[in-house]
Every structure is written in structure tokens, then in C-alpha cells.
Design a protein. Structure first.
Length: 270
């Protein structure tokens, strides 16, 4: 692990993440063979593994399905996990952020005896994909921190263990003892300072040691924090005509450093 430059928190960088894409469409009622790894029905499928390389020395391992002929499904079931097993067919999923993967021609081989076959020919293989762009598309808890893309060209670090949820006014991350609310707003033609003043209208008055204001290039970063039943951290990043509101709620007072880290991680993509 490496340490974050702004708060000293540990930041995960490398490793592997497993994601299950679930059952393929049109598989309801199919006969399950080979311990559920082969589906024989109106359309037949074989479970396989799709290893996708991401930047940051990270691999994404999808548990996925390929569409095969009934004959190949029976052959796979009869020789499941045997290293000589090789299958051709079509991919049975669409995966965001990519397009048009369902129906792509693929090839799978068993590379480790007893394991599901690996896809060795697939449109996603042979290229290293941007990990933040890819993982931002998955609304699931991740064991690592990523840069989550937001609307209106903003991004922020989604720290490990948090699950994203779309809400009417933005995005929410939730995890044990931690919650982050993110809301973007526009104020065309208004300076960063005026945008921030508008956002703080009606804000509670707090002591000087419970707030901060930092000029960061063309941006103003502001925060104030309160302690009620939970610890509340209200952050703002203002620039000409735009504002990102970052609200962090946390149970452990030591997570104040984490909340500062989330605010400091905010970036605007020009």
C-alpha cells in the first residue's frame, strides 16, 4: 500500500477484483449441468472467466457466460475442468462502460485443471483499460479506492468499502460508519467566491477551528464540521459558475481525516 499525500491514509493500488455478471439473459428454465456451470436450454451457455487488465497493475476478473451450441454445452459438461477443453461461441453479456459486447465472437480454454475456462479471445483482451473509468461504471462495493466520475466533469475518490447509489440530486456512497453525499450545481456567469457565498447562505456558525477556506488555483475549497449524534463534514469546491457539494457523515471521530481526504480528492476535468 502507499500513503495519500494529503492525509496519510493508506491507498490500495494493485491486485485483482472479482465481479460476477450474473446469469445470462434467456436462461430461465435451463437445465443446470456440471455443478451449475453449464446451462442447457433454448439457448445454451458455459460459465467462463474474463480477465481484463486495468491500469495501476489491477486485474478485473469477470465471472461471465458464453453462448454455445447444445452439443458444445454437453461436451463441456462431460469434460468440465479438463485442460483440453476448448470452446468457441459468443459472449452473453453487455458490460458498461463498453458497448456491443453481447454477441461478440469469443474463444475459451481451460488453463488450470478443475477451473472454469478462461476467455482467451474476446474484444476486451489485449488492451489495458483505464481503471477509474471502468470501475466508475459498477455500482458495487469495491475493495480498493477509485476515482469516481461524476456528472458535469467532476470526479472524486470513492474510497474502498463504499457502495455508490444514484439519488435524485446527485450521488451517494455508503459503507459501515461512513456516508458521502455529492451534489453538483451550476450558477452561470457567477464567480467562484459568489458561488460559495450563495452555497453558504444560512449555514451554521462554527468556531474558527471547525472550518477551512483554501484558494486552490481557480477554485475555492471550503469546509465546516459539526459533531451531533454523528460527525458531519460539509465541504464545497467552487469555481466560476460551478459548485460541488461534498457532505461526509461518519461515526468515528478519527474519520475526520478521511472526510478531508475526500474533499481534497475532488477534481474538475476541463
Amino acid at each position: 500500500m502507499t500513503a495519500c499525500a494529503c492525509c496519510g491514509a493508506e491507498v490500495d493500488e494493485d491486485g485483482a477484483i472479482d465481479l460476477d455478471l450474473g446469469l445470462p439473459p434467456r436462461s430461465a428454465g435451463a437445465e443446470r449441468l456440471a455443478g451449475g456451470n453449464v446451462l442447457l436450454g433454448a439457448e445454451s451457455y458455459v460459465r467462463c472467466v474474463l480477465p481484463v487488465e486495468l491500469t495501476g497493475d489491477l486485474e478485473l476478473w469477470f465471472s461471465a457466460w458464453m453462448r454455445v451450441t447444445p452439443e458444445d454445452a454437453r461436451r463441456a459438461a462431460a469434460s468440465w475442468g479438463v485442460e483440453s477443453l476448448r470452446l468457441t461461441g459468443t459472449f452473453a453479456h453487455d458490460i458498461k462502460p463498453w458497448d456491443d459486447l453481447d454477441g461478440a465472437e469469443v474463444v475459451a480454454e481451460v488453463v488450470e485443471a478443475g477451473a472454469p475456462p478462461d476467455l482467451v479471445a474476446h474484444p476486451l483482451l489485449g488492451k489495458v483499460w483505464d481503471r477509474d473509468h471502468v470501475l466508475s461504471a459498477f455500482p458495487v462495493e469495491l475493495p480498493i479506492s477509485i476515482r469516481q466520475e461524476l456528472r458535469d466533469s467532476w470526479s472524486v475518490e470513492r474510497t474502498s468499502g463504499l457502495t455508490p447509489h444514484l439519488v435524485p440530486d446527485g450521488l451517494r456512497f455508503t459503507g459501515p460508519g461512513r456516508t458521502v453525499f455529492l451534489d453538483t450545481r451550476k450558477a452561470p456567469g457567477v464567480s467562484a467566491r459568489c458561488v460559495l457565498e450563495l452555497a453558504l447562505a444560512g449555514a451554521p456558525s462554527v468556531p474558527a477551528d471547525q472550518k477551512l477556506l483554501v484558494a486552490d488555483g481557480v477554485e475555492l475549497r471550503h469546509a465546516l464540521w459539526l459533531t451531533t449524534i454523528r460527525h458531519e463534514f460539509y465541504g464545497h469546491v467552487a469555481r466560476f459558475g460551478e459548485l460541488l457539494i461534498v457532505t461526509c457523515l461518519y461515526d468515528d471521530p478519527a474519520d475526520h481525516a478521511w472526510a478531508r481526504h475526500v474533499l481534497n480528492s475532488v477534481r474538475y476535468r476541463a
